[in-house]
Design a protein around this ligand. Structure first.
Ligand code: GMT
Length: 375
């Protein structure tokens, strides 16, 4: 099959899933063309059958603002024609599906192509519900040839918000469990902690929805009971608030700010627990990556997280905003070695049996085939 994948390139789950899907499809002999405004972070080395196409933004005195949606449409038209594409797979509705639908309409008389939309979360829950975008998301959902959601939670939110005419399939996000597996890295661990100290990890894009200050508050409470270090990976608008809180709580010696990191397997491999404090999370890809590397997760019980984290087996889900409870459950894991080991094993097994890339890839391949064969 020949597939064009349209996605965001930056540090965010939708771009990561889109790129990993592309890499998996390419490894099975499909031709994959990734279209975005810069090279996605996980497309960092040459791989057979996968190509990147950059969307250029035209400069003209009249165009005070860039027309990304239109430029993207133009690029999709070019690639579909040149590469004889079967499916345009748009990750995140705004603006990718709009551009995909426009490209399909432009090509209508001479090249038949299908548009598939994968909704990732905030394209429905936050961006999609803004009055300015709501009609655009509704249009996207009704005009695209098929829609998938990355969790049951997102499926129900989409039906509730948009009541779309087309059936929606849930295809969960995935992880390559062969690549995301715990490595033995004692030297790296020593750079962060002594053998008796515990390592608490958080990875996100530091946007308000992630509530990273809650992570610091939870760590502050953990630290009162046991010797531990907090490793923060990522960057974003809330970073100054997080830094200020670390200072206020006098945790400077115990918190590592690592910024954006391309390879996180090593950091997951040396961590004891993963904390996620988002107020909403349609899936929470970082949580799945942690589980695949045997790291138990403590998060708020929101969005699609209960579909991934199994309460009292692979981690704990605590009521939203309850920092005390999150600290208590984190300590329950960090202070009980046999429970920690049991949860670590359970987490890895759940990632392998339910969310491995090979299982999920089959679902996408079946959907692509049924779309191509549809008249
Ligand atoms: O949060 C966003 O707006 C970005 C978006 C993305 O592009 O990474 O995140 C969403 O998609 C991810 C991949 O499917 C999910 O793992 C995240 O849970 C989801 N974010 C939210 O629902 C807040």
């Amino acid at each position: 099959m020949k597939i064009a994948i349209v996605c965001y390139p930056t540090y965010g789950g939708s771009g990561i899933i889109a790129t990993e899907l592309g890499l998996n499809l390419a490894s099975k002999g499909n031709k994959v063309h990734i279209i975005s405004y810069s090279t996605p972070v996980r497309l960092n080395k040459f791989k057979e059958n996968i190509f990147f196409h950059n969307v250029e933004l035209p400069n003209y005195p009249l165009f005070e603002f860039h027309f990304y949606t239109l430029s993207l449409s133009g690029k999709i038209v070019e690639i579909v024609e040149k590469e004889n594409i079967d499916i345009i797979h748009c990750h995140y509705a705004i603006p990718h599906t709009i551009s995909g639908i426009l490209a399909k309409e432009i090509l209508e008389d001479f090249h038949k192509v299908k548009v598939l939309t994968t909704l990732h979360g905030t394209d429905v829950t936050l961006v999609g519900t803004q009055p300015i975008f709501r009609p655009l998301v509704r249009y996207s959902l009704n005009k695209t040839d098929a829609v998938t959601c990355v969790s049951e939670f997102l499926y129900h939110s989409t039906v509730r918000e948009f009541n779309p005419v087309k059936p929606i399939e849930v295809i969960h996000n995935f992880v390559n469990t062969s690549l995301y597996r715990k490595e033995n890295l004692p030297e790296l661990r020593r750079e962060f902690a002594t053998p008796t100290q515990k390592i608490v990890l958080h990875i996100s894009n530091f946007r308000p929805v992630k509530r990273v200050t809650d992570v610091v508050e939870v760590f502050f409470r953990i630290k009162k009971e046991i010797d531990a270090k907090l490793v923060l990976v990522g960057d974003g608008p809330d970073m100054p608030k997080v830094e200020a809180l670390v200072q206020k709580l006098q945790l400077e010696e115990d918190v590592f700010f690592l910024g954006n990191q391309i390879s996180i397997v090593e950091l997951l491999s040396i961590s004891d627990i993963f904390l996620l404090t988002s107020e909403i999370e349609s899936f929470g890809l970082a949580v799945l990556e942690a589980m695949s590397c045997e790291v138990p997760v403590v998060s708020y019980n929101v969005g699609g997280l209960p579909e991934i984290v199994e309460e009292n087996k692979t981690g704990y889900l605590v009521p939203f905003g309850n920092i005390e409870k999150m600290a208590e459950m984190s300590l329950a894991l960090l202070q009980d070695e046999s429970k920690h080991l049991e949860f670590s094993n359970n987490a890895r097994l759940r990632a392998i049996h339910k969310f491995d890339s090979q299982i999920i890839l089959e679902k996408y391949l079946n959907l692509y085939s049924s779309l191509i064969n549809e008249v």
